[in-house]
Design a protein around this ligand. Structure first.
Ligand code: B12
Length: 214
C-alpha cells in the first residue's frame, strides 16, 4: 500500500473512532518504515482534526472526544519505541505543561517524547497547570526553557499571563519560552512576548537545541 493510503487509513480510523483500524494502520505504517514524525503529523494529528471537525458540527460529543483521546494515546504508545533515542548526555532542561483550564495533553506528550529523544531533561508539570507552578518549577529546576501547550482559544491567553509574571519576577531573561498548540500563531507569540511558536514538534525541538547550543 502507498504511504499516503496508510496514513489516510490511520487518520480516518481515528476520525471514525475505530480503535482496531487505528492499531492496524499504525503497525502497517511502522512496518512500511514511515518515519514516526510523518506518522504523527500526517496520521495521528490529522485524525484529531477529523474528530474536532465532527465535534464542531455536533456529530460527535464529549464522549467521542474521550474515545478519540484514548485511541490516540494507544497509537502513540505503539509508536514510542520507534522514535530514535539519542544516547548523548542531557543537553538542557525544559519545564513543560498545559496551561490552567486546559486538560489536553496528547500534543504536549508528543513534544516531550521528541525532547527526551534528543537528550533533554524534561520536567512535565502535566495539565491544568497554575501560573505559580510554572514559575516555581523554573526556579527549582533552573531550566533554560519553558514550553507551554494550549488547545483552546479560551486558555491560550494564560501563556501571556505566565510571561508577564516571569517579567515581574525578573526571570524572563533566564528562560527561553516556546509555545504550541492549535490556537497559537506567530502573531500571538509576538503579542504575548514568547520566543518561538510552532505546532510542529520537530521544529520546536530543533529550536530548543539551537538555544541550548548557544
Ligand atoms: C482529544 C480531544 C479532547 C480530549 C483530550 C484528551 C487528552 N488527554 O488530551 C478531551 C475529551 C479531554 C477533550 C476535552 C475538551 N475539549 Co477537546 N479536543 C480533542 C481533539 C479531538 C483532539 C486533540 C488532540 O489530541 N489532537 C492530536 C494532537 C497530536 O494534536 P495537538 O494537540 O494539536 O498537538 C500537536 C501540535 O499542536 C503540537 N503542540 C501541542 N502542544 C505543543 C506545545 C509546544 C511547546 C510545541 C512546540 C508544540 C505543541 O504538537 C502536536 C503534534 O503534532 C481536539 C480537536 C483538534 N482538532 O485538535 C478537540 C478540541 C481541542 N477540544 C475542544 C473542546 C471545546 C473541548 C471541551 C471544552 C469539550 C467540552 N464540551 O467539555 C473539553 C475541554 C476540557 C478542558 N478543560 O481542557 C475544541 C477547542 C475549541 C477551541 N478552539 O477553543 C477542539 C478544537 C474541538 C473543536 N473543534 O471544537 N478534548
Amino acid at each position: 500500500m502507498k504511504k499516503e493510503d496508510i496514513l489516510n487509513n490511520l487518520s480516518s480510523s481515528i476520525g471514525a473512532l475505530d480503535s482496531d483500524g487505528a492499531r492496524k494502520a499504525i503497525k502497517e505504517a511502522i512496518n512500511s518504515n514511515i518515519p514516526p514524525t510523518e506518522i504523527i503529523i500526517n496520521g495521528i494529528s490529522r485524525g484529531g482534526e477529523i474528530v474536532g471537525e465532527k465535534f464542531k458540527n455536533s456529530e460527535y460529543f464529549l464522549s467521542e472526544l474521550i474515545i478519540a483521546g484514548e485511541i490516540t494515546k494507544e497509537a502513540l504508545q505503539i509508536l514510542k519505541p520507534y522514535i530514535e533515542q539519542n544516547k548523548v548526555q542531557v543537553r538542557g532542561k525544559v519545564v513543560i505543561g498545559t496551561v490552567e483550564g486546559d486538560v489536553h495533553d496528547i500534543g504536549k506528550n508528543i513534544v516531550i517524547m521528541f525532547l527526551q529523544s534528543r537528550g533533554f531533561d524534561v520536567h512535565d508539570l502535566g495539565v491544568d497547570v497554575p501560573e505559580e507552578d510554572f514559575i516555581r518549577a523554573i526556579e527549582k529546576t533552573e531550566s533554560q526553557i519553558l514550553a507551554m501547550s494550549a488547545l483552546m482559544t479560551m486558555t491560550a491567553p494564560e501563556m501571556g499571563k505566565i510571561i508577564t509574571r516571569l517579567k515581574e519576577l525578573g526571570l524572563r531573561d533566564k528562560v527561553k519560552v516556546i509555545i504550541g498548540g492549535a490556537p497559537t500563531t506567530p502573531e500571538f507569540c509576538e503579542h504575548i512576548g514568547a520566543d518561538f511558536q510552532t505546532v510542529d514538534p520537530i521544529e520546536g525541538v530543533e529550536k530548543c537545541l539551537e538555544w541550548v547550543k548557544k
